[in-house]
Design a protein around this ligand. Structure first.
Ligand code: KIV
Ligand code: ZN
Length: 512
């Protein structure tokens, strides 16, 4: 059996998706969960891109000891120095340096000749080697690069000491058979290829990220770079849960396996979705709400007779457990804690206490709370936002014969702020009042609402996105009152935006 190494880049490529930024505490929580999941490598960030990125890599390197902790950098000495500094406390540090090798990137973006790129690649690996043994090198846009040039670059960087060579299809352009052929060409034509681990990194622009990664491992790659829920630049990356469950479910015919603890997949997916505010589509393979649901009569009948008729994986193998206990108003702390454990949560004591208090508040109004309600409650506790503004209350007057009016009270630096506005609708009135109180005009780009369960007494979950210059921030709120949920989500996104403004980020783009 060939062991396939799982390189998780949720905290780096994943965080590059619009609105998916995480703060240091959230990244640390995700890294700790990735360690439980059993990933081999955590790409913790892009050290030179911001002070926040640097600090989060450093914290993760100090506290997460089992996986390799990797820091990304361009093929530039200052970038490599920052990456080396950020992982200096890691038990197993890796520096990951990259430069583009495709004609379009070399001429239009880098304005460098192929010879200069080759020289820069070798110099970068040599520079990184003074700091760590484990150096990964990526040929950005390898999918559109000339294979003969790739062979030259890869053999040279391996000679310079690269321990891992990564082949990204940066723009998700290749078809599975083409990507498989590219890896095969490199496996057979790079003379020293056996001296390094060959890695694949595929984007999903044409929906082939997982198929291409699979084609890559079938051609001999033994590391797959992927993200939880497939988040990442543009259409995203290979989804960790998909490639892992494909390798797990078809292990015998593939002759491959991973070190992933598959039962941690669902809790990890939920954590990442909560901290990024990036919802998972219902029909998403492995972790979507419908991934294990059977709707049609024929399917239900088949599954009742034998699960094997329509299920190729057991839901419990990805950590999706059927509810054994429904909670209600009489459930105590013990039952609540047991439920959290059953659902795969590992909350800190104060977060658990806060979730319990909210549970009690909701259980007073709503008779029973399902697992979905508990997930929505806990999602509020896994987001760590500096509460520059705290929502104390909202009061709304709305109806078909009145102009919607909102009164809002916030706390800011220990001061009470209060205001009222009319709006086109009640949500508009609330958001306008908040804008007035924080003395800013927030640009709302997305607002969505969904009921966590069926029933008119369901919790409403609101997700919003706001834009601040080039940055997007997501906010999420759940409440029995959808207007309260909307206000909570808006304030959360604003608090994230204000935290970001405080971080003096030196934003770097991938590649120049
Ligand atoms: O997609 C890409 O090329 C990347 C590299 C930096 C590895 O993310
Ligand atoms: Zn990428």
């Amino acid at each position: 059996m060939t062991r396939i190494h799982i390189f998780d880049t949720t905290l780096r490529d994943g965080e590059q998706s619009p609105g998916c930024s995480m703060n240091i505490q959230e990244k640390l929580d995700v890294a700790i969960q990735l360690e439980r999941l059993g990933v081999d490598v955590i790409e913790a960030g892009f050290a030179i891109s911001s002070k926040g990125d640097f600090e989060s890599i450093e914290q993760i390197a100090k506290q997460v000891r089992t996986p390799i902790i990797c820091s990304l950098c361009r093929a530039l000495p200052a970038d490599i120095d920052a990456a080396a500094q950020s992982v200096r406390h890691a038990a197993k540090p890796r520096i990951h340096t990259f430069i583009a090798t495709s004609p379009i990137h070399m001429s239009a973006k880098l304005r460098m000749s192929p010879d200069d790129v080759l020289q820069r690649a070798v110099a970068a690996v040599t520079h990184a080697k003074q700091y760590v043994d484990d150096v990964e090198f990526s040929c950005e846009d390898a999918g559109r690069s000339d294979p003969a040039f790739l062979i030259k670059v890869i053999s040279s960087v391996i000679r310079a000491g690269a321990t891992v060579v990564n082949i990204p299809d940066t723009v998700g352009y290749l078809l599975p058979h083409e990507f498989g052929n590219l890896i095969h060409t490199l496996m057979t034509n790079v003379p020293n290829i056996r001296d390094a681990i060959v890695s694949v990194h595929c984007h999903d622009d044409l929906g082939f990220a997982t198929a291409n990664a699979m084609a890559g491992v079938l051609a001999g790659a033994t590391q797959v770079e992927c993200t939880i829920n497939g988040i990442g630049e543009r259409a995203g990356n290979t989804a960790l849960e998909e490639i892992v469950m494909a390798l797990h479910t078809r292990s015998e015919s593939l002759g491959m396996h991973t070190g992933i603890v598959t039962t941690e997949i669902t809790p990890t997916s939920r954590l990442v979705s909560s901290v990024t505010g990036s919802l998972v589509q219902a029909n998403k393979a492995i972790v979507g709400a419908n991934a294990f649901a059977h709707e049609s009569g024929i399917h239900q009948d088949g599954v009742l007779k034998s699960k094997l008729t329509y299920e190729i994986m057991d839901a419990s193998s990805v950590g999706l457990n059927q509810a054994t206990l429904v909670l209600g108003k009489h459930s105590g702390r013990h039952a609540f804690t047991n439920k959290l454990t059953e659902l795969g949560y590992h909350l800190a004591k104060d977060a658990q206490e806060k979730a319990f208090e909210r549970f009690k508040g909701i259980a007073d109004t709503k008779k029973t709370l399902s697992d979905a309600d508990i997930h929505a409650l806990v999602a509020d506790e896994v987001v760590h936002v500096d509460e520059t503004y705290h929502l104390n209350y909202i009061q709304i007057i709305a109806g078909n014969r009145t102009r919607p009016l909102a009164c809002v009270q916030l706390t800011h630096n220990g001061q009470l702020l209060e205001g009222a506005c009319v709006g086109a609708g009640p949500v508009d009135a609330i958001f306008k009042t908040i804008d007035q109180l924080i003395k800013d005009e927030v640009q709302l780009v997305d607002f969505s609402i969904h009921s966590v369960t069926g029933g008119t007494d369901a919790l409403g979950e609101v997700t919003i996105r706001i834009q601040d210059g080039h940055d997007r921030f997501t906010g999420r709120g759940a409440d029995l009152d959808v207007l309260v949920a909307s206000a909570k989500a808006y304030i959360q996104a604003i608090n994230k935006m204000l935290s970001r403004r405080k971080d003096p980020a030196i934003k770097a783009t991938t590649g120049d």
